[in-house]
Write a protein that binds this ligand. Sequence first.
Ligand code: B12
Ligand code: SF4
Length: 493
Amino acid sequence: MVKVLLLNPPVRHLPGEARHASPPLGLAYIGASLEAQQIPVRIIDAVTLGYDVKHDYAPDVTGIGATPEMISDAVRDFAPDLIGISCLFTMSSCIAYSFAQHFRQLCPQAKIVFGGTHATVMARDLVREAFCDFVVRGEGERAMIQLAESLDGRRAMSDVNGLTWLNSDQEVVDNPQLFIEDIDSLPRPARHLLDMESYIKIGRMQGGAYSQKARATTLITSRGCPAKCVFCAIHSVWGRKFRGHSPEYVLAELEDLKKTYGITHLLFEDDNLTYDPVRSTHIFQGMIEARMDFTWDTPNGVALWRLDEPLIRLMKAAGCNRLFIAIESGVQDTLFKLVRKPLRLDQAEALIAVCRSLRLPTTAFFVIGFPGETVAAITESLAYAERLPTNTVAIMIATPYPGTPLYDQCVKMGYLVKDFDVNRLYTRVGQISTPDFTPELLFRLITRTQVRRAWRFPLSTGGRLFRKCVEDPRALITFLGRRFLTPLRKPRS
Ligand code: B12
Ligand code: SF4
């Protein structure tokens, strides 16, 4: 029987970027599916192993986590036949590749397969690399079982869902990629294959600033989103059809998180937690009826266009203690025409008022710097962000990830910056330059907005920081340096 090792590689770490460590849910789902077929599987999370150490993985590439050498013994001892490497983030992909190169030397008999958002988009290039045998495009649960069967001689390679591989003529073959229709048929993520205490102890999952003190963990209850926001990279893996776990499946997972790991705070990583209001109503009602007593938030942002007042009230009653909401632009025309998000600003404002009346803290996400956005429109959007009565706003720069309409548009129009660098595709590093704006201008505008907003809302997080900076100018220099200026530098970190 084929033995499978799954690796969550370290993430690239840019100056000023907050560190994170959250359970690699995708690998835990794959692990559970392999275990259900009695296929021996092990997960190594290189992020948490060596979390406190920064390493140079390649020239100009600093990341947090273990080096390939640090996990060599564990890999050699397990002697895997198939090594699966998760490669979600474009900006961290070179670290994933460096691990594969190391494994190639360490266990030359093992096949190496990549999966995840970035690998899915780059599949045809990746399989031509010496360190990569296969890429699974899209969801990995079924495909990894099929690939293991194929390596055991029980299935044709052409019959592995979403597999990209080289045939005997060295031609790249893309097997059809089918989505898993009934995601309740998947076993719950095998968190027992992870060191769950390490994430809880580190306490820096996405949105970690709000969950550090609790025993927190992440979960994802749905896949796919029908919207077409130009910067979004999820569709290559999840598709456009919304597929949700049933309330029963979710509530059973929540019970398990409480009983097995003593979790008290949840981070729903869904792209669209409330897309199906009936499903989400049952989930939240179920949490209340079972007196689960979690606090929870939505660090990945909820879609306001699928929310209404009764649902927000129910969310609050079910323990929601902060809503992260994706507004993106304060200019309706930009939202509809450039971002292509189906959100009406008047609807957003009404729902934010509901949150305020319920004393439910909110953080709004904004993105500026879309091709076609004029300086006047950007300034108007930022003025909106400055006034918006949410507790905080996070303003990001539009980032062209390969596989997104935004990337294709920038390539077509010649809008990628001259020193475009996939290793720096981070939402605080501008990589788009148009006749209207440069990354430097966007930075200046964002900084100005945050300072003005802090002045306008002195009791907000930004406002408190602002007062601290006024009292001690060194704090201001550190803050501005960390948050805004360092990402502009070339990345010798
Ligand atoms: C949670 C999350 C994070 C978390 C942690 C993720 C983790 N450790 O798993 C944190 C906070 C670290 C994070 C950070 C960032 N993120 Co993020 N994140 C997500 C999010 C919302 C959910 C990921 C998740 O858990 N999915 C659930 C599991 C079940 O799915 P999965 O991991 O994709 O795994 C499935 C498949 O991909 C595949 N698969 C995955 N690995 C493997 C391995 C093998 C061998 C195989 C066969 C298959 C396979 O099978 C799995 C099961 O079906 C996704 C959006 C999304 N819906 O996926 C964005 C997403 C992955 N993030 C994204 C981005 C842009 C970022 C940042 C760059 C943002 C920024 N600040 O600039 C940073 C990167 C930081 C860095 N230094 O590299 C983009 C990726 C785009 C890209 N090409 O880079 C996404 C797609 C969001 C989007 N809307 O576009 N993120
Ligand atoms: S609503 Fe969210 S998940 Fe859906 S396409 Fe837009 S950014 Fe992506």
